[in-house]
Design a binder for this molecule. Structure first.
Ligand code: BDR
Ligand code: CA
Length: 308
């Protein structure tokens, strides 16, 4: 089984990504690392532990960066609700103790221990991985690959934080730049594909009988309302679960190798992922981007796994 660390900012769809990863039974999850993103780091860490408790899992959680490399944190309570998980799981108690190792040191330790075997799925701002690369540059040769939920490559103008920019990259574009230029093999699962298959009420009803039915129904309510009010669409995108699904089975997406860079200077387009489709810059491709997704198969698996 693929050895993996999942880097999260839990977050409603992060929670669903953790459910997908665990219930797939297809990953050897070495640990989950947390980072400041949708909500402040302490809340992210507590939320992540609550989701694992809901799963009755003993996967350990490693607390990571409490702020982006250079900028102030930018939170998304509008999408994820006041507690970051749509107001749910208030009755689950978790310990406030944290592991001795930080997220950054945990990533470095596991990359060194499992050279060439460790993959990462990042579904949050890239601060932890950027800090790990800075602290131990050799990890770029040790890490097998990274699947990144982030960015927007072909549907310019339809970002979710700025017109050009997607939240995870916008929240720490300097970190994304370090990761994009690191040389680690990577796949970018961007908004272009994560928005193609929405989780609708109809899908949620298919989860009846699953131990996670109520959690999915209730936690996504605020996210679905936000999506309807802002984009006129019913349902919510499963951004983060799709990144996990692509790590497990890249056949779900159609990919292309290209050169992608991140804008860090402009106020108007900070965090834009700029994809050189025509190779005007003459640079070697640094990642795979996703052009299309078999969302029906993905949604089918999402429902099937969560019913286990
Ligand atoms: C990404 O931003 C966050 O709000 C979600 O959890 C997801 O990782 C989507 O742009
Ligand atoms: Ca996330």
């Amino acid at each position: 089984m693929e050895k993996v660390i999942i880097d999260v900012d839990t977050g409603i769809d992060d929670a669903l990504a953790i459910l997908y990863a665990v219930k797939s039974n297809k990953l050897d999850i070495l640990g989950i690392t947390t980072v400041c993103g949708n909500v402040p780091i302490d809340l992210v860490t507590v939320n992540t532990k609550k989701v694992l408790k809901l799963l009755d899992s003993n996967i350990k959680v490693y607390k990571g960066a409490s702020q982006p490399l250079l900028r102030e944190p930018f939170y998304e309570f509008r999408v994820h609700g006041d507690n970051g998980i749509g107001g749910t799981l208030n009755d689950i108690e978790v310990s406030s103790e944290i592991e001795d190792l930080s997220a950054v040191d945990f990533i470095i330790e596991k990359a060194k221990q499992f050279k060439g075997e460790l993959s990462l799925v990042t579904v949050a701002p890239l601060t932890n991985l950027a800090l790990a690369i800075r602290k131990e540059p050799k990890i770029v040769e040790w890490i097998k690959k990274v699947v990144i939920m982030g960015g927007l490559v072909s549907e310019a103008g339809t970002g979710n934080t700025l017109p050009t920019s997607e939240f995870n990259i916008f929240a720490d574009a300097e970190a994304a730049k370090i990761v994009f230029h690191s040389g680690i093999p990577m796949t970018l699962v961007s908004l272009d594909v994560t928005r193609k298959g929405m989780l609708t009420e109809k899908h949620i009803e298919q989860l009846k009988g699953s131990p996670f039915y109520e959690f999915v129904r209730d936690s996504t309510e605020v996210f679905r309302t936000f999506t309807y009010e802002n984009y006129g669409e019913n349902g919510c995108a499963l951004h983060d679960p799709l990144a996990v699904a692509v790590l497990i089975d890249e056949g779900l997406v159609q990919t292309k190798e290209v050169y992608v860079d991140v804008e860090t200077k402009s106020e108007l387009s900070y965090g834009q992922t700029i994809c050189d489709f025509q190779n005007l810059l003459g640079k070697e491709p640094n990642m795979k981007i996703c052009l299309d997704v078999d969302h029906e198969t993905f949604l089918h698996r999402f429902i099937e796994y969560l019913k286990r």
